[in-house]
Ligand binder design. Structure first.
Ligand SMILES: [Cu+2]
Length: 312
């Protein structure tokens, strides 16, 4: 069996396993329970290929564990569909809204398909089918019902949208500047003048220089380090062309526009290393300017920042 196909089948199976838990709040915690630790994922990833028997073993294993999944924690993976695990309340909100809308979507889709099939079969099997072309009551019903559904969806959607926009008194401000083709970061909370600010560039690690276990095209030489359970503000801009600073697990994606500052906020809930990429076509090496965010506890963050200040 083609390894890619078996991975795809496995993913469909995982999604089916996770489907019953796709209700608000439950899904993200169950998904986390079912997530394997990183070393185990590496092991699975390094398997040369799935043959059918190993696939069925994995499926049986998944059944045994209830909701197991081989989804990597905080990095995208080949043939992934679905989200990366959330690490911020905003991303949890995005995933929950997605699940809620998917529920409505499937109910509507099944209803519409059922109606079409029934209409066709009644029309074909009936020697004298109705030729009605106008029905006022029916038209009112099929206009009002979808608008009510849309309004029901709009309420949580707007709540999420506005909470993403909210900048809650941030403890740290980090400036992200997009360049062709790397990122540079600036921590300016700890200095008296602009010249003293902590400032560094972050380049992708080329494939030839990767160490074992590192991820191709996603690893960088200098991470962005932020503390967990702290409100962080990112201000984004670009030095040359449009870029976009995106970190899926934190639920942030912001355009970096030359000559202006955009801001966004995040609140990391757990420690880890998170991978993202530039998300605006910015030139020939657009695919080679990844973003790595490391979240640590506050005391490790203080150590890191003191180190950086001393380096500077
Ligand atoms: Cu870019």
């Amino acid at each position: 069996m083609d390894p890619r196909l078996s991975v795809l089948v496995l993913r469909v199976f995982q999604r089916l396993c996770l489907w019953p838990s796709s209700f608000r709040g439950v899904s993200s915690s169950l998904a986390r329970l079912g997530t394997l630790p990183n070393y185990r994922k590496k092991e699975l990833q390094s398997m040369p290929s799935f043959n059918f028997s190993s696939l069925s073993l994995v499926i049986l294993g998944s059944l045994g564990l209830g909701l197991s999944t081989v989804t990597r924690c905080d990095v995208s993976e080949p043939w992934q569909f679905g989200f990366q695990d959330a690490a911020s309340p905003i991303m949890e909100g995005i995933i929950n809204l997605h699940h809620d809308i998917m529920f409505v979507l499937i109910v509507v889709m099944v209803f519409v398909c059922w109606m079409i099939v029934r209409t066709i079969s009644f029309f074909e099997n009936n020697p004298n089918p109705s030729r009605t072309v106008h029905a006022e009551t029916l038209e009112i019903v099929w206009t009002v019902t979808p608008s009510i559904i849309l309004m029901l969806i709009a309420v949580p959607s707007f709540a999420l949208l506005y909470s993403m926009d909210e900048i809650l008194d941030p403890a740290i401000t980090i400036k992200c500047v997009g360049h062709q083709w790397y990122w540079s970061y600036e921590y300016s909370d700890y200095n008296a003048s602009d010249e003293d600010s902590i400032n560094y560039d972050s380049y992708m690690v080329p494939t030839d220089d990767l160490e074992s276990g590192q991820i191709r095209l996603l690893e960088v030489d200098n991470n962005v380090t932020i503390p967990t359970h702290t409100h962080i503000r990112f201000v984004c801009t670009a030095a040359d062309v449009l870029h976009s600073w995106a970190m899926p697990s934190l639920g942030v994606k912001m355009d970096c526009v030359p000559g202006r500052l955009n801001q966004m906020t995040t609140f990391a809930k757990r420690e880890g290393i998170f991978y993202g990429q530039c998300s605006e076509l910015c030139g020939v090496q657009h695919g080679f300017m990844p973003i790595v965010v490391q979240t640590t506890n506050v005391s490790d963050y203080i150590d890191w920042i003191v180190n950086k200040i001393e380096e500077g």
